[in-house]
Design a protein around this ligand. Structure first.
Ligand code: PHE
Length: 344
């Protein structure tokens, strides 16, 4: 029996030694140390041994068992380690390789110009007011001194949704809403950026949807010179410190007097070129003193309060600034176009 045990031991250790992977090691374990294995068999046959032999064989069998078990454990550990090592080797990364560039987005030119204008007016103490694009006829027209049937409504061809709701044609509707919310108490000092809609046929200079930034100041002792000074700051900031502005009489139902505002041409400085159509001046916005009717309708005492308002087309400013010739570029979103602009 001693020899049998020795033999089994040699055999098992040999197989452990030559095992290639964890599965083969485990097979050896099951084969030699399992319940049906040869060592168990030897132990089972011990009943037949004499009283002197039994403890000798018993302890030898246990020794053999333990030896095999410990070799198996050692082999397993080695194989596992090798496995980890192999994995590490296959997964090494070269941290010195240059990284793959990540494409970062940039502001849409329109967003960039709008944010620039917002920053400018925020810096002058204005706050930003927003309102719905689907608007009541009342706020878009009536509250702005444009009763139903007023011929000046034709200045802004309108998308109606129902008789009383429409897509706002200007963000002046937000001004009307804000004034009403003030319940006759000034001051009001807001800009209203946002999308507006008009029934225009789209072409290089017209879009059925475009973006405005309108401004409104209502307070005691507001004068036309306040409007002019404000617009001068705006024009210089957007088009250069050397620019001048010029006001021409105009008409808007909600302002009296009303003006169109021109800026001296930033391309030819007034000499005359294709940008200013040889006049030396470029029209940039409409403005005026808030009509007393508008103040009264919103609940302000027009003897006590005055105001000025202006309306800026964001696309127009961006087109002039960047020399963009077709307004549709803003909305077709060709990345070759939109990635050309960096915020000033
Ligand atoms: N709401 C006018 C428009 O969209 C612009 C404007 C605003 C004119 C404020 C005067 C004063 O055409």
């Amino acid at each position: 029996m001693k020899e049998r045990l020795q033999e089994l031991k040699e055999e098992a250790l040999g197989k452990v030694e030559s095992a290639q992977n964890l599965k083969e090691v485990n097979d050896v374990r099951v084969a030699y140390l399992g319940k049906k294995g040869p060592i168990t068999e030897v132990l089972r046959g011990m009943g037949k041994l004499s009283a002197e032999e039994r403890p000798v064989i018993g302890s030898l069998a246990n020794e053999v068992r333990e030896e095999i078990a410990s070799q198996i454990a050692a082999k397993q550990a080695r194989l596992e380690e090798e496995e980890v090592e192999r994995q590490l080797a296959s997964e090494t990364i070269d941290v010195t390789l240059p990284g793959r560039p990540v494409k970062t987005g940039n502001h849409h030119p329109l967003t960039a110009v709008i944010e620039e204008m917002e920053d400018l007016f925020l810096g002058m103490g204005y706050s930003i007011a927003e309102g719905p694009e689907v608007e009541k006829d009342y706020y878009n027209f009536e509250a702005l001194n444009l009763p139903k049937g007023h011929p000046a409504r034709d200045m802004q061809d309108t998308f109606y949704i129902t008789e009383d709701t429409l897509l706002r044609t200007h963000t002046s509707s937000v001004q009307a809403r804000t004034m009403v919310a003030c319940e006759g108490e000034g001051p009001v000092k807001i800009i209203c950026p946002g999308k507006v809609y008009r029934r225009d046929n789209d072409d290089a200079t017209h879009s059925h949807q475009f973006t405005q930034i309108e401004g409104l100041v209502v307070d005691k002792d507001i004068r036309m010179s306040d409007l002019k000074g404000t617009l001068e700051v705006f024009a210089k900031k957007m088009f250069g410190e050397e620019r001048e502005i010029r006001l021409r009489p105009s008409f808007f139902p909600f302002t009296e007097p009303s003006v169109e505002v021109d800026v001296s041409c930033f391309k030819c400085s007034g000499k005359g070129c294709n940008v200013c159509k040889t006049t030396g001046w470029i029209e940039i916005l409409g403005a005026g003193m808030v009509h007393p009717n508008v103040l009264e309708m919103a609940g302000f005492d027009s003897k006590e309060y005055q105001g000025f308002a202006f309306g800026i087309g964001a696309e127009r400013i961006a087109m002039l600034r960047y020399g963009i010739e077709d307004i549709r570029e803003f909305y077709t979103n060709d990345v070759r176009f939109t990635t050309q602009f960096k915020r000033a």
